[in-house]
Structure formats: structure tokens, C-alpha cells
Design a binder for this molecule. Structure first.
Ligand code: ADP
Ligand code: AMP
Length: 216
């Protein structure tokens, strides 16, 4: 299955992507994670992306389309993949379609949450430096302060999870990414999920949608 996870920052895309990846044995492709890795390693891409990420604006479409086009051609994507954080503009969606040719996206899972919830989710989000596990200080806290339950790695707060940047990311989402909801609805592949429920409930809703595909 080729799946897109769509939704505002903090909707729970990464949290759910990890679970879907395990259930379907397909890779999670998080463009945000790929960019942050490049920033960390100070690659050419990382140098270009850094200022956009820190401002909470989008990295240019041409760069992003090229990146994803190459990534989905890799061997581990032959049975499908989950795109987490891509596409984020209509131009990216069109670029993806062009790159895929005959291959089609099966489902777009639109995880929706309100602005108030987003700010609370992002300001208390913590991530493992080592394995990328996602925590929330209130809703999904680690057992030991500052330490990953899964691998013992150090937990950190993303630089762009600060209140001012969050507000900007939200604005960018509304203006540039939200139009994709209608775009995919018109193609009849959009599934809307209430992301304000608990992680387990959202999980269950997504599972039910995926099971219908697996039965066909
Ligand atoms: P996204 O990838 O969409 O930006 P994340 O998966 O990183 O979102 O989740 C954002 C924050 O919200 C994290 O701290 C995560 O632990 C928390 N979170 C995710 N889903 C839920 C949920 N259903 N209820 C409460 N908190 C959640
Ligand atoms: P995320 O981890 O998905 O929240 O993304 C973090 C940041 O990376 C965003 O605020 C953007 O600056 C950048 N980014 C990630 N994915 C994309 C994309 N598809 N298009 C443009 N910028 C992106």
C-alpha cells in the first residue's frame, strides 16, 4: 500500500506512521526526519533546509519533490510506503503523481485536530535523539525523565517546537497544505480521522480503514 498521512503539525502523524509501518511492514518516509538528519550532518541539503525549518516555512517544492522521487525508488519501497509530511503543497502532490506514473496512492489518511490541541501537543513533545521515538510530557510521558523507554537515548525538544515557530507553522499549514484535503477528497481517496481522540483510539480507527484495503 502507498499511503499519505496528511494533517497539521502535531496531529499525530509520526506517532501513527510508526504503528502503520509495523502493521504493514512498509517504511515510514518522514520528510521532516530526513531534513533534520541532513541538518545534523551539515550536508548541502541540510544547509539549504535549515533556515526554512527554523522559521517554520516550507523548503522549496523542487528540492522536496526531487528528494521524495528518489526515496520511493529505493528497494525497501517496493511493497509500499507511508509518506509522513509530504506532500505539503499542491505542487508537491502533482510532482509526486508525475514521478509515480502508473503507480497510484491508495489512501490519504487525514488526521485532523484543532489549533488549541496542536499548541499543547507540540510544546510538550519530546523526541529520542537516538531512535526517534515520540513522547508527550502529559499524554505519553517517558518512564524516566529525559530518557527513552525503548533505547535509553536522550530526549530533546525540537527547535521549531517553540511557541512562535509553532504559530508560523500553523499559518503555513492553513495556507499551503490544507488545500490538499479538497484535492484528495475530489480524487476519492481521502479518509478523515478525528485526531483529538487518544493515541489508541486513533490507532483503532486507522486500523479499521487499513483492514478494509487488506481484505480487498
Ligand atoms: P506530527 O508528526 O503530526 O507532527 P506527532 O506524532 O509528533 O505529530 O505528535 C505530536 C505530539 O502529540 C507528540 O508529543 C505525541 O506524543 C503527541 N500525540 C500524538 N498523538 C496523540 C493523541 N492521539 N493524543 C495525545 N497526544 C498525542
Ligand atoms: P515536520 O517534521 O513534518 O513537522 O517538518 C519539519 C519542517 O521540515 C517543516 O516545518 C518544514 O520546514 C520542513 N519540511 C518537512 N517536510 C516538508 C515538505 N514536504 N515540504 C516542505 N518543507 C518540509
Amino acid at each position: 500500500m502507498r499511503i499519505i498521512l496528511l494533517g497539521p503539525p502535531g496531529a499525530g502523524k509520526g506517532t501513527q506512521a510508526k504503528f502503520i509501518a509495523q502493521k504493514l511492514a512498509i517504511p515510514q518516509i518522514s520528510t521532516g526526519d530526513i531534513l533534520r538528519e541532513n541538518v545534523k550532518n551539515n550536508t548541502e541539503l541540510g544547509k539549504k533546509a535549515k533556515e526554512f525549518i527554523n522559521k517554520g516555512t516550507l523548503v522549496p517544492d523542487t528540492i522536496m519533490i526531487e528528494l521524495v522521487k528518489n526515496r520511493v525508488k529505493e528497494e525497501d519501497c517496493k511493497n509500499g510506503y507511508i509518506l509522513d509530511g509530504f506532500p505539503r503543497t499542491i505542487a508537491q502532490a502533482e510532482g509526486l503523481e508525475k514521478a509515480l506514473g502508473e503507480e497510484k496512492i491508495d489512501a490519504v489518511l487525514f488526521v485532523n485536530v484543532s489549533d488549541v490541541v496542536i499548541i499543547e501537543r507540540l510544546s510538550l513533545r519530546r523526541i529520542c535523539k537516538n531512535c526517534g521515538a515520540i513522547y508527550h510530557l502529559k499524554y505519553n510521558p517517558p518512564q524516566k525523565d529525559g530518557e527513552c523507554d525503548k533505547c535509553g537515548g536522550e530526549l530533546y525538544q525540537r527547535d521549531d517546537d517553540k511557541e512562535e515557530t509553532i504559530k508560523n507553522r500553523l499559518k503555513v499549514y492553513r495556507e499551503q497544505t490544507e488545500p490538499l484535503v479538497d484535492y484528495y477528497r475530489k480524487k476519492d481517496i481521502l479518509f478523515e480521522i478525528d485526531g483529538e481522540k487518544s493515541v489508541e483510539e486513533v490507532n483503532k480507527e486507522i486500523s479499521e480503514i487499513l483492514n478494509k484495503f487488506l481484505q480487498n
